[in-house]
Design a binder for this molecule. Structure first.
Ligand SMILES: Nc1ncnc2c1ncn2[C@@H]1O[C@H](COP(=O)(O)OP(=O)(O)OP(=O)(O)O)[C@@H](O)[C@H]1O
Ligand SMILES: [Mg+2]
Length: 337
């Protein structure tokens, strides 16, 4: 809708994991290096994790787009599968018949892997959304990784999922699988500097000659709301460009970002956070006041008890003298007043 207004050839902030728009931040560069390593080496499992929207699938797609033809790849993007469905998918991906029988599949698959290994070819199984893998299937996958020669594994396995997958792997029941993981890498959100670069790279890949569409204030606001998570950056930036187009504004400022964030629901979240912080602060202050009051009261009571003990310990004459002195003192004060 806004493409012509901003002189763009395509949408710069689409939500699809398109590798043509890949921006290599430090973590994405390292993540991709790990995936490439997983592809070349025949050593075991590679595990890549990252919070929602940090670019895991985009990274896999980038890897798939550069994999040479001779590398045989199976990519499973939805692993919520029964074991037999999983074998069926693998059979289809590697063209090994219909795979309706586990024993038959394992025989065919082993022959296939051994043949490719003799030819120096490589086989990779990539599983996205690995945190959704049923435990039973995860165990089957571990058993597949046992297919090996004395020197190397016959199958490379790359598992990609959200951080809770790390917890699954830490479970004692999966210690055998954990021992086979040669590389683990966690994707993190972008820094503020990277968020700025990311926005510019995506604008220029979409054909923009002017990558300064977003003001510095707008970029800071995008970073504040998105905390550097690429999907949220895309969501906000896309919405902001649409709003900019409607308002016929060539440069998007922080006010537009704030408006869009509120429309999407981030504004409320941000306000809620501020309100929670304020309540927490008030609560802390009230608690401090209460502690001080209690300490003061305790001090007074202790003083009174000590005074009573001291008064009781005096002789009759001393007590009489004290009462007379006090009477003179107070009557003197009263007289002065
Ligand atoms: N390094 C990157 N370069 C360019 N775009 C990116 C990058 N990382 C993420 N994105 C963009 O952010 C969005 C979300 O990315 P992606 O779907 O890869 O995240 P994810 O980690 O797989 O999320 P989920 O956990 O929900 O599966 C996509 O639009 C993608 O294009
Ligand atoms: Mg994904």
């Amino acid at each position: 809708m806004y493409l012509r207004f901003y002189n763009l050839k395509e949408e710069p902030f689409s939500l699809s994991p398109d590798p043509d728009f890949l921006y290599l931040s430090e973590v994405h560069r390292e993540g991709l290096a790990n995936l490439r390593y997983g592809l070349i080496q025949k050593k075991g499992f590679i595990v890549i994790t990252g919070e929602v929207g940090t670019g895991k699938t985009t990274l896999i797609n980038a890897l798939l787009s550069e994999i040479p033809q001779e590398v045989k790849t199976a990519f499973i993007s939805n692993p919520k599968l029964k074991t037999e469905e999983f074998f069926f998918l693998l059979s289809r991906a590697f063209k090994l018949g219909n795979g309706d029988n586990k024993a038959k599949f394992l025989i065919n698959f082993t022959e296939f892997l051994e043949r490719l290994d003799k030819n120096g070819e490589n086989v990779v199984l990539i599983i996205d959304e690995a945190h959704c893998l049923p435990e039973k299937l995860l165990e089957e996958i571990r058993l597949l990784s046992n297919l090996e020669t004395p020197h190397s594994k016959l199958l490379n396995i790359i598992l990609v999922g959200q951080p809770e997958f790390e917890k699954t792997l830490d479970h004692p029941g999966f210690r055998a699988l954990k021992q086979r993981i040669t590389l683990r890498y966690r994707l993190k959100p972008l820094s503020k500097e990277e968020t700025r670069e990311y926005i510019k790279v995506r604008l220029s890949r979409a054909g923009s000659k002017d990558v300064g569409v977003f003001s510095e204030g707008a970029i800071s606001a995008i970073y504040r709301y998105s905390k550097g998570v690429p999907r949220v950056i895309n969501l906000l930036a896309d919405r902001a460009m649409l709003t900019g187009f409607v308002k016929e504004t060539k440069v998007i400022d922080d006010k537009i970002i704030r408006e869009c964030a509120a429309e999407i629901g981030f504004g409320n979240a941000e306000l809620n956070r501020v309100e929670k912080d304020r309540l927490k602060k008030n609560d802390r202050e009230t608690k401090t006041g209460r502690h001080l009051l209690r300490a003061g009261l305790a001090f007074l009571i202790l003083g009174a008890i000590l005074a009573i003990f001291w008064f009781v310990s005096l002789s009759n004459a001393e007590r009489q003298k004290l009462i007379t002195d006090l009477t003179i003192l107070f009557s003197g004060e009263l007289w002065e007043k």
